[in-house]
Design a binder for this molecule. Structure first.
Ligand code: TRP
Length: 440
């Protein structure tokens, strides 16, 4: 890329350090997807075999697309809509990927922020000693029966987002992620130690890792694939946006390895904490979206210092959700600032208002919740990822593609290109065909 291509790096604030970028991108990846969603869909889909398919999707589809998004962002230095225009000219159809990303951001945020509100509710309940008072089993039902409270908490979460995102990447986003991620990790490891002491630990491990492929249905495969996109924040340009703030010489491969490793490890640890608890206290692993909200408080109720630990845990989970939500909002804000010429503050406020409104039906209807959840992970993100793979693999001009491939270390260039060309489209395409047949 020459410096002239209307790359906007010159005028933009970049990440303060490479670690800042890794933490921010990992902050985007690690969120409710790891601690709330991964255990819940693993439970619904029967455990081990699902986990194996999910891990395969992370490696075969997630990693190559993550690298593609990183490179597209780094090379163009702009939002996902403009990125394709920088490379292909103003009229390019590829910028549809960016528009779909904007849609996906709204769809995801509509339920993500509601679940984050649940976490905030559990911060308050924990601090009030609800578990010690024997309310661990009923708390989630109380909450989901109270729409007003859910809307209020969803609003609080969004208000926090407006404040941080309006301040811009470096001031707001990077500072927040630097501290909070490591603390969350420590707390999870502490809980894992506790889980190993439970009598249900063995069964929990078995549930998570013993793969019984007779239990795996086509829907499980679709949901494993969708979750690979969701958990790594792929398929809608979040990683394009974050890497657009990277200097040209930053090493994408090592950053990706770290991010994928952290994201996967945190999900697996969350599973290793939650399923042993479920088996020890006779809770239902297939409970659905309420899984962590029924299992964890039950365990905290048994623990010395449980009130404090629980408060801290749900607080950190809310922060993890926050750093992920920031990346979702940032995609839309960056796109609006660059393409509509809006001020950052105005863009942030309007986008967040839209998200707030989109969350209201989600609070009132479990069906709508499910619909938003599945429409984003199982349709929009895989489709976005497929288009990104097709673009880098086949759509780009040969000389641009050569330059893109050359940005990676020599040993992985061929493998990466052919994975994007064949493996990713074949796997995602297969899953889509399945979706369509199921639908018909
Ligand atoms: N990856 C985040 C999580 O696991 C959610 C998220 C943030 C996301 N940004 C995204 C999902 C972009 C898809 C696309 O909680």
């Amino acid at each position: 890329m020459s410096a002239e291509d209307n790359s906007q790096k010159g005028q933009r604030v970049l990440w303060a350090s490479r670690m800042g970028f890794i933490f921010a991108a990992a902050g985007s990846a690690v969120g409710l997807g790891n601690i709330w969603k991964f255990p819940y869909i693993t439970g619904v889909n029967g455990g081990g075999a699902f986990v194996l398919v999910y891990l395969a999707c992370i490696l075969a589809i997630g990693v190559p697309i993550l690298l593609s998004e990183f490179r597209l962002g780094q090379a163009t230095g702009t939002d996902p809509i403009s990125a394709f225009r920088v490379l292909e000219g103003k009229k390019t159809r590829w910028s549809i990927v960016g528009y779909m990303g904007v849609l996906a951001a709204f769809v995801i945020m509509s339920f993500y922020s509601v679940v984050a509100g649940w976490c905030l509710d559990f911060v308050v309940r924990s601090a009030q000693g609800a578990w010690a008072a024997g309310e661990a089993g009923t708390a989630f039902g109380d909450l989901t029966g109270n729409s007003g409270r859910q809307i209020f908490l969803h609003l609080i979460f969004i208000a926090g987002l407006v404040i941080v995102v309006a301040r811009g990447v470096r001031e707001g986003i990077e500072k927040a992620s630097d501290v909070l991620m490591p603390v969350l990790l420590l707390l999870l490891v502490g809980m894992l130690l506790y889980a190993t002491q439970l009598k249900g630990f063995g069964r929990g491990v078995e549930f998570l890792f013993a793969a019984d492929f007779s239990k795996i249905s086509p829907t499980a495969i679709v949901s494993a694939l969708g979750h690979a996109f969701f958990t790594l924040s792929l398929g809608m340009g979040a990683m394009i946006t974050y890497s657009s703030y990277l200097p040209e010489d930053a090493n994408l491969v090592s950053s990706s390895v770290w991010i994928v490793f952290m994201d996967t490890a945190i999900a697996l640890v969350a599973g290793l904490v939650i399923f042993p608890i479920a088996f020890t206290f006779d809770l239902e692993p297939a409970a659905g979206p309420g899984l962590i909200f029924s299992t964890l408080p039950t365990a905290f109720a048994q623990l010395p210092g449980g009130t404090l630990l629980s408060t801290l845990f749900f607080l950190l989970l809310s922060f993890a959700a926050f750093t992920s939500a920031i990346s979702l909002v940032e995609v839309v804000v960056a796109s609006a600032v660059n393409n509509l010429g809006w001020q950052r503050k105005k863009a942030t406020s309007l986008v967040c208002l839209g998200i707030f409104l989109a969350g209201i039906p989600v609070v009132y209807s479990g069906t709508f919740f499910d619909l938003m959840d599945r429409f984003s992970s199982e349709y929009l993100l895989p489709l976005g990822g497929l288009l990104i793979a097709l673009y880098v693999g086949w759509g780009m001009d040969a000389d641009k593609r050569d330059a893109t491939v050359a940005s990676l270390p020599a040993w992985m260039q061929k493998g990466w290109l052919w994975t994007l060309r064949i493996v990713t489209p074949a796997l995602v395409g297969f899953v889509f065909l399945n979706q369509i047949f199921e639908f018909v």
